[in-house]
Design a protein around this ligand. Sequence first.
Ligand code: GRG
Length: 304
Amino acid sequence: MTPEPPAFDLEALLRDERAEVERALQRACEWLGEELPDELLQPARHAVLSGGKRFRPILCVVAYRACGGATVPAVYDLSAAIELIHAYSLMHDDLPCMDDAALRRGQPTPHTLFGEAATARAGLALIPAASLWALRASDALGADDARSRKIVSQLNRAAGAGGMVGGQALDLLGEGKYLDSNALNRLHSMKTGALLTASLVIGGIAAAASDTTLAGLESFGRGIGLAFQVTDDILDATEIAADLGKHPSDGLLDKSTYVSLFGLDEAIARAREYAEEAAAALRGTGVDAPALIALASYVVKRKK
Ligand code: GRG
């Protein structure tokens, strides 16, 4: 009888990768401090170093390794560039002119500590910084110009009007309106899914993966992006702000959510389906990546 393979140690993966990502984010903040005045560095540091799951950088590093990349500090620097974009997006998302949120990751949001103007400016400073940091990391990884260009273009496309910014605009325009499942999927594929997908693809490009493999990572990213957002809505509807570490909830903001649209039970079933479809898409391209499959299950199992 063939013995069962040992269960994948997801906890250890998350713990070890987070620790490396934190170190890389410290390096990025030291570099930011070389040019950024203190008034902007403080809110930027708070946003970048205030914890969080670090899911995007972890996806990047794990995808890189799944595609044969050897673990070196520069890949964590590359992954940190993606987190700089994520940090800016949260800073701006929480501003009074957007979601007006006082709590994020269980901590006061940057604008409540450093003021709205400094937070808005510091967030903006992180956008070009992310591309420059990604370029430096690509160089350190030995990527040629064509690969570096692909990496930076993936990052900016995911962050831009066809991705996160466009999705956020749809989200703000949708407040107080009924959105059907197609509209919700489109919005969240752009707002959340694009950067998650880019994290995987950037990891793949950094490891010089083939186009077929990159396409597989992209399909996987699309699935886990949707699973991630449905789970976000489930947590938003079921967890109290203190446990979740953020406030206000989407219900308070009068947003359509997967839970308001389908009810809790169907939302839970859909999140699982999206995660399973993601894993199947990855297996279908022949990428043997138990760590990525484990991350797909984490997306729906997480409590924050
Ligand atoms: C110009 C319209 C316009 C927008 C500016 C602010 C902005 C761009 C975009 C914000 C989009 C946004 C908030 C996306 C993130 C969605 C999301 C799921 C955030 C939470 O991510 P987690 O759970 O957070 O990974 P942690 O705290 O773990 O890092």
